[in-house]
Design a protein around this ligand. Structure first.
Ligand code: SF4
Ligand code: MG
Length: 279
């Protein structure tokens, strides 16, 4: 029987603030799962820490809410252990580009077949409005009343440069495009990175920037040219939305589990014995 959005909604209701941009991403992810007919028993969402990192609670699938900035190594480990799973890592700009940024280049260049959704609201929301690595220069935030003096990081440019094989940008207020991109990204064989812009309605309402400062990639845009894709991703006037870059490259650990189930069970027993010495 065809699945519906309800098949992917967990019994936990999102507790994000009203008008938070993360709702749009969650609903788009449900839609992408429906269209790809993904079995919830074969899907895993993995996150770090932050408002957006609550997402695994709201998805009827396996979930792992880990520690700050560490979603990517966990997600890659899940996929390598069981390549049959659909693995989606999620998190925010603070989680992915501050404490977690050391993992980002290596995930991009390793090309494990997972999808990483960065829900970028240009601020730390969970900790109540400090400047993040994507906060616009000069935007007054609680812990930086003059605004940050640093130039914001653009994660899509980094992802292309670091070797990600699918890089796209969208806006959570445009759910049809976001769902279509998520669907294509999850279906893509290799590491796919989705940069989703959206407002933190409570601490940095960038709705106007997301609406008026963005533009769709032009008709005929070449999403296979890495150099021009990186240049396009870097543009801030306008900020381009759409599939910026895609490439067909060998996928890391494709097809076969690294070990058999009995081997894994034996390894777990050995680990249990090791940990027993510490409790
Ligand atoms: Fe969303 Fe901001 Fe509220 Fe967090 S604080 S739930 S990011 S609106
Ligand atoms: Mg944020």
């Amino acid at each position: 029987m065809a699945k519906t959005l309800q098949d992917y909604k967990s019994s936990v209701k999102p507790i994000w603030c009203a008008k938070c941009g993360h709702y749009g991403v969650l609903n788009s992810l449900y839609r992408a799962f429906v269209e790809l007919d993904i079995d919830p028993a074969n899907a895993v969402t993995v996150s770090g820490i932050g408002c957006s990192s609550r997402l695994p609670y709201f998805v009827n699938a396996y979930g792992f809410h880990g520690v700050h900035g560490r979603a990517l190594p966990t997600a890659m480990g899940v996929k390598v252990a069981n390549p049959e799973l659909t693995v989606v890592a999620t998190g925010g700009d603070g989680d992915g580009l501050a404490i977690g940024i050391g993992h980002f280049p290596h995930a991009c260049r390793r090309n494990v077949d997972i999808t990483y959704i960065m829900m970028d609201n240009f601020i730390y929301g969970l900790t109540k409005g400090q400047a993040s690595p994507t906060t616009h220069t000069g935007h007054a935030a609680k812990a930086s009343p003059q605004g940050p003096s640093e130039t914001p990081i653009d994660p899509a440019t980094l992802a292309i440069t670091f070797g990600a094989t699918y890089v796209a940008r969208c806006f959570s207020g445009q759910p049809a495009q976001t769902a279509a991109i998520l669907k294509e990204a999850i279906a893509h064989k290799g590491f796919s990175f989705i940069h989703v812009l959206g407002p933190c309605a409570t601490f940095y309402d960038t709705l106007q920037i997301c609406r008026e400062g963005t533009a769709q990639l032009e008709e005929g845009y070449d999403d296979t040219n890495k150099q021009s894709a990186a240049a396009t991703a870097t543009s801030i006037n306008p900020i381009y939305l759409g599939v910026l870059y895609k490439s067909d490259q060998p996928v890391h650990v494709q097809g076969q589990p690294t070990s058999s189930l009995p081997e894994r069970a034996e390894r777990m027993q050995r680990l249990d014995k090791v940990f027993a010495n510490y409790v």
